[in-house]
Design a protein around this ligand. Sequence first.
Ligand SMILES: [Zn+2]
Length: 206
Amino acid sequence: MISAQEALKILYEGNHRFVSGVSNSNVLTNQARRHELMAVQEPFAIILGCSDSRAPAEIVFDRGLGDLFVIRVAGNIVAPSQIGSVEFAAENFGTRLVVVMGHSKCGAVLATLEELRHETKEKSQNLCSIIDHIRPSIDMLPGAELGDYSDSFIQQAVRANICASVTHLQQGSEVLEQLIKKDGLIIVGAEYSLETGIVDFFDKVP
Ligand SMILES: [Zn+2]
């Protein structure tokens, strides 16, 4: 299995191809690769991303079948089932890189800001549970109480939410803590820009 640093480099290079418009577009539908993967998978990265239709991990990293273990949920939040999914992949496939990938103009973050401004109509309990996960990291931002949210505040909110999910994964699981301490697991945050297509990793890419 490749190291977290190598995996980060592969993702970075794949995103560069995606942005440059030189994707390996045949990889996703390659039948030979599909046959190779029938018995076994060895994804080199775990991606916890948002469900937003504009931020699909395989496409923005220009990767194909069997490469990425992807967990998608609105607002890239961390609840027990997301932690369990990351633990499953890290333990069973030896995957050593986890990326929490949020994105600009995230609807779940915007819905949380609306909630902070008390602007919205009644939401279902289920949707509220997503907002409840996002809200604490935004509440801590300077100016959150003012309710006048500039584009730069929204970007800060997106990033704060990504960082909160990274911290939650790093500290919310005994299994992952041990893998981080003893086995080279790395959990990093990243923001995908809907505008440019670029994934900005919060940690340095080798
Ligand atoms: Zn989103």
